[in-house]
Design a protein around this ligand. Sequence first.
Ligand code: HEM
Length: 179
Amino acid sequence: MTTSPMFHPVARVLHWLMAVMVLAMLFIGAGMVSTLSEKHTWLLAIHKPLGMTVFVLALVRLAFRLTHRAPPLPADLPLWQRFAAHASHWLLYGLMIAMPLIGWGMLSAGGYPVSLGEGVRLPSILPADPVLFAWLRGAHRYLAWLFFLTFLAHMGAALMHGLIRQDGVLRSMTIRRRR
Ligand code: HEM
């Protein structure tokens, strides 16, 4: 068994905060498109500001990640798992940034107001265009599925490290226990 150093406390707080926010966004999004009741309006009013908060935090987190070294993976980790870990982490960063941008672009292309609450309205980032709207609407849906599957794979890998390999990888993102 090896012990890994910990992620920086800022990285750990952002990680768990954003894990909850992203999971909530995926379920709010799925709930929103499966109802025609007034709950749709209510869920969309949460979805937009929460999604834009994910976007801002993802940029902060990416900047932090690029300027702070992550703890190394265990030396005995097979090459394919090492590759899968890095690839899925960067995919998650990409999706945390792309999903809100696509949501914002989709509403702009549809000619809808991108309001985040009382008196807060974002500018349009794309010209009104029904074809572009339809394309972005599909991209938002299929990338949401990719996001959910990557999220599940990430959780599965974390549990494998924590419960089976017990190699300190999961602990490096949780709370340091006193010996
Ligand atoms: C992490 C960020 C985000 C995630 C994970 C996410 C997730 C989702 C999901 C799962 C859906 C349902 C897709 C479907 O089955 O068709 C959805 C729909 C939608 N999202 Fe997002 N979203 C995010 C950010 C945003 C942002 C920032 C906006 C706008 C500013 C936005 C606007 C919308 C709209 C307008 C819909 C369609 C609502 C409808 O057709 O009734 N999303 N989103």
